[in-house]
Design a protein around this ligand. Sequence first.
Ligand code: SF4
Ligand code: SF4
Length: 328
Amino acid sequence: MAEKPTVAFYWCASCGGCEEAVVDVAHGILDIVNAVNIGFWPVALDFKKGDVEDVPDGFYAATFINGAIRNSEQEEMVKLLRKKSGLVFALGACAHLGGIPSLANLTSKEEILEYVYRRSPSTENAQNTYPAKVYRDAAIKLELPEFFDRVYPLNQIIDVDYYIPGCAPPSELVADVFMKILKGELPKKGAVLSPNKSLCSSCFLNDTKPEKLLIKELKRPHLTVIDPDKCFLLQGLVCMGPATRTGCNERCIHGGMPCRGCFGPLDGVLDQGLSMLSALGSILDFTPEQEKELDGVIGKIGDPAGTFYRFSLGASIFYRQDGKRGGE
Ligand code: SF4
Ligand code: SF4
């Protein structure tokens, strides 16, 4: 009988929901566990870095890494896992595009630490405790990982073979990827493992859109009574469906909420936020003479970065691989 492939899981800067998505494969997890050996999964079992160091290069057939890269420990671990793995999968929006943690790229590490340790309204820090790279006392010297100035999607640190999108990826998608690996049915290297079509193309509300969609106002979801049976964009809510790839079974739309874009852009789109802005620009019904009114409508988007780049700021052209901000 052929030997079972060994797989690994690792968790970087993320909330842990992607690991939940793996566990949520539920009874299907038994088929997976029967078909593979789990060689490294520190969130579930007591594995250490040394376990990875001890195996030969390429030992893990597939490694699933969720979370963005925020510090030097994560960087070191993913580089080590890359060396020890045949295939590396970026699991979930944070590994794929930087995710919500990469919204922190709007500020600096000093600002973040300052706020968290000194200025936040809920901080009590009478001793002025503050993270240092090295801690020493008479008996010990401890070195902390370096906290980077920005958050990186996984492919800005190591070579990635495949991307499993979503925040979190649906369990069915995770199970499907496992089956594809086992059957040897993976597509070309570099693929995002969900259909390369927009969410609108599969959305059950798409038919409620008129042939030419034009809108005169933008609304914020928490200030609006949303009609769950009418396209959200048609109602003036920013729904990222036109700029987001499908594959999630429209779970937010079914829940009565506009899409926030967690599956990321379609193939070939360099910047998901700009893609959505361009879609929005084509449906806002204003003439050049109505610039002032248009400004007023745009101004209603309370949080443009969080609206258009909620999951993709780390991978956007504003925060490119060289670490420079676009326009600077
Ligand atoms: S804009 Fe949103 S609600 Fe409308 S069809 Fe697209 S995904 Fe569905
Ligand atoms: S509807 Fe949008 S935000 Fe919600 S799960 Fe699907 S892709 Fe992600």
